[in-house]
Design a protein around this ligand. Structure first.
Ligand code: MIG
Length: 755
């Protein structure tokens, strides 16, 4: 095979390349981001994950020497060699990401005798996977992989094999699971000297072998499509996340209430039951903003209906709840009940809005409502229609929408590959649209809510794809009330956070199985720091509201929900930062301490922003925690003891204690405890000072609800304090409801400074 450079050509931002019979191009998107496109005999298909306003614009120069094309930008050097192999270098000429030189050595785990025995029994003995393409990269310089969405297991993905195929598997999820509900084909590689990201823009079933097959290479393969990926250069993990979210988008700020505590269960099946939950929240003084209605509020699981007996006068009921500070989120599944006379079904049939069999008839499968049909969300008209259906819910006072079952899940076997879908103007199949189904459903929901409610939509989804953060928050699906799932929650949320999805949470207490009192007490200590803060459990499991486990747990529960409510302004500031940079709210230690070997695999500690470090107990019976503190000085949040960083300490952690540390030299804004956000008017900006070097903090304020901030109606302050001199200045002043006062409290001495 001819493999040498035949020709190359520069066309705007692209360098078109032909090496032997391989054709492709490199496209310089920004100085840090390059798109690699190689034809493998498919039509050009982009997933729609990318933002509309990504216009290739990086500056670059091209040179050719001895058949090697060298493209340099101010931030990276790309060399293309024989067979269209591509290597990425930093500007000092150090290699960062290299195409693997050899061939794959497929795993060969069956002996000849094994194979003969299998074949004798009529089983296939083939170990060969049939991939449409495989991209093989060198593993030698890689310390760790992060990202990849919601995969199970640990923080560092090196050595594991995953698949991108949205999957609803109710079994207890363990580290050998290849796929869960979400597909985010994005990885971050931490190398010996730096860092890079790869985003594969394919929605087809794809495979991410992160060094399970070999210790020399890792590979990404897919079942169809052309090779189409983005290389993202960065000096650190933050840069890579910023680059990735530049491509696929960032969430707009949430409404403030969404940061509060959410209570849910499958299922609160009547008004009385919901009322009782709400009353118990207030009676037990557990702050709570949101109650979720699972599938049982509907009439026969028909979406966009309320059961008119169990939820008679839903409008009035929702209004009453609102008076007490509760917002209602209702679940909406994609499956539409096949029933004559049911308006959603009839409208969809009339307009041809449901996915079809190859023979043109409407495809049916079974989900909660029985025989059901499935909206074709890849079609913009369908999304508009579906979005429009939310008007009714908004008018009833519903404040957010929960999208479930959108992998799509189905009871009578999976949807066949050849079911006909649309993707924009194109007719295509389930094979291409499967991984995008939840993404486009969330998009439809977001746009509908935005149109009718006008405020910042609150959407929560189970299935999603790269870029879904533009429309929705997410929860991690059906975990169980198991200690291993409390443990897994940390790396899972951290990897989702690094994959662009910053507003995420797990079902606190676990969805399936029965939670014990001890598990509940420990789970709330992790849960109160997750951006999405929701307790949810399955029908038939032990009831899991905070008061179901006795007084001790109730008090512990309250302590941590109250802690969350005092930290709401800190969280909101982090969401503001995330909207600007993509840097998530929840961060692994490695994000800030990338040269610290101790934190490459840190699975049981995390950071909330840059200032707060949490090292929760996630093992049954444990009352002492081995805590690693990275460089710097750290205060115990509760006792204010000061610790030197760069060491492990053993921290006493009885059941009511979660080890939490604040970096010396921090300013943390604080709210008083409220039973729901907005219960009290906040006209004093209060900050806690943790003495150290001079602290500087950026604080953001707006109406917490509308999109007015996009027109400049917000305030942004820079506050600095060194223990003596305090300065508060405006970075932006555009919001009329400003604070009246500002006070800084020294958390060690108790001294209060008024500004
Ligand atoms: O087949 O709506 O993950 O949160 O409570 C189960 C009922 C369907 C799965 C979701 C879960 C929800 C449940 N749903």
């Amino acid at each position: 095979m001819e493999k040498n450079l035949l020709k190359y050509m520069i066309q705007e931002q692209k360098v078109l390349l032909e090496y032997g019979n391989v054709k492709g191009y490199l496209e310089i998107i920004t100085d840090e981001i390059a798109r690699v496109y190689i034809e493998t005999g498919s039509e050009i298909i982009q997933t729609g994950a990318l933002c509309d306003d990504v216009f290739p614009s990086g500056s670059f120069e091209v040179k050719e020497q001895d058949g090697v094309i060298c493209i340099s930008t101010p931030k990276m050097i790309i060399k293309v060699r024989d067979e269209l192999k591509i290597d990425f270098y930093d500007t000092d000429g150090n290699i960062v990401c290299k195409d693997f030189d050899g061939k794959r050595t497929q795993k060969n785990r069956l002996s000849e005798l094994d194979k003969a025995l299998l074949e004798q029994e009529g089983h296939s003995a083939s170990e060969e996977e049939e991939y449409h393409y495989t991209v093989i990269k060198d593993l030698q310089n890689i310390k760790a992989f992060y990202g990849l969405g919601d995969k199970t297991g640990y923080l560092n993905k090196k050595g594991y094999m995953y698949e991108m195929w949205n999957t609803d598997n109710p079994d207890p999820q363990l580290e050998n699971f290849k796929a869960l509900y979400k597909s985010i084909p994005f990885l971050i590689a931490l190398t010996d000297t730096s860092c890079y990201g790869l985003y594969f823009d394919t929605s087809y079933h794809s495979y991410f072998d992160m060094g399970s097959e070999s210790d020399e290479y890792y590979y990404i393969a897919a079942e169809a499509g052309n090779i189409d990926y983005y290389y993202i250069a960065g000096e650190n993990i933050s840069d890579v996340i910023t680059g990735y979210t530049y491509l696929t988008g960032r969430m707009t700020l949430p409404q403030l209430f969404a940061l509060g505590y959410h209570q849910s269960r499958w299922s609160y099946a009547s008004k009385n039951e919901v009322r009782e939950i709400a009353d118990n929240m207030r009676k037990n003084r557990i702050p709570c903003d949101v109650i979720h209605f699972d599938i049982d509020y509907m009439e026969n699981y028909k979406v966009f209906t309320f059961d008119d007996k169990r939820f008679e006068n839903a409008d009035e009921f929702i209004r009453d709840l609102a008076k007490d500070g509760f917002k209602v989120v209702t679940i909406i599944d994609p499956g539409v009940k096949k029933e004559e006379g049911y308006y959603v079904y009839e409208e969809g049939i009339k307009n041809g809005y449901f996915v079809k069999n190859p023979d043109g008839t409407v495809y049916e499968n079974e989900v909660w409502p029985g025989e059901s049909v499935f909206p074709d969300f890849g079609n913009e008209d369908v999304r508009k229609w579906w979005g429009g259906l939310h008007e009714k819910l908004v008018n009833k006072g519903v404040r957010g929408i929960w999208n479930d079952m959108n992998e799509p899940a189905s009871f009578k076997g999976p949807l066949p590959d050849n079911i006909v879908f649309r993707n924009g103007d194109r007719k295509t199949s389930h094979k291409e649209m499967h991984n995008l189904y939840g993404h486009y459903m969330a998009k439809a929901t977001y746009e509908g809510m935005k149109k009718y409610d006008k405020r910042r939509p609150f959407v929560i989804t189970r299935a999603c794809f790269a870029g879904s953060q533009k429309y929705t928050t997410a929860w991690t699906g059906d975990n169980h009330s198991l200690w291993v799932h409390l443990q897994m929650a940390i790396p899972q949320l951290l990897n989702l956070s690094m994959s662009g999805m910053a507003f995420v949470g797990t079902d606190i207490g676990g969805f399936g199985s029965d939670a014990t009192a001890e598990l509940m007490a420990r789970w709330i200590q992790v849960g109160c720091f997750s951006p999405l803060f929701r307790n949810h459990s399955a029908m038939g499991t032990k009831y899991q509201e905070p008061w179901r486990f006795g007084k001790e747990v109730l008090d512990i529960y309250r302590k941590y929900v109250e802690l969350r409510y005092t930290l709401i302004p800190y969280f909101y500031d982090l969401f503001h930062e995330c909207e600007k940079t993509g840097i998530p709210v929840l961060r692994p230690l490695i994000l800030h301490y990338s040269n610290d070997k101790e934190v490459v695999n840190m699975n049981d500690e995390f950071m909330v922003g840059e200032n707060i470090l949490v090292s929760p107990v996630v093992n049954q019976g444990q009352t002492k925690k081995l805590v690693y503190l990275p460089e710097g000085k750290w205060y115990d949040y509760f006792t204010k003891e000061l610790y030197e960083g760069g060491q492990y300490i053993i921290k006493d952690s009885p059941l009511d204690t979660c080890p939490i540390f604040v970096k010396a030299g921090s300013l943390i804004p604080k709210y008083p405890v409220m039973q729901y956000i907005g219960e009290k008017v906040i006209d004093t900006l209060e900050l806690d000072y943790y003495p150290g070097e001079k602290a500087e903090y950026i604080h953001y304020l707006d109406d917490g609800e509308s999109f007015d901030y996009l027109e400049g109606k917000y305030n942004c302050y820079r506050i600095s304090y060194d223990g003596e001199n305090a300065v508060k200045e405006y970075i932006h002043k555009g919001f009329e409801r400003d604070y009246k006062d500002c006070i800084i409290k020294n958390t060690c001495t108790g001294v209060v400074k008024t500004l």
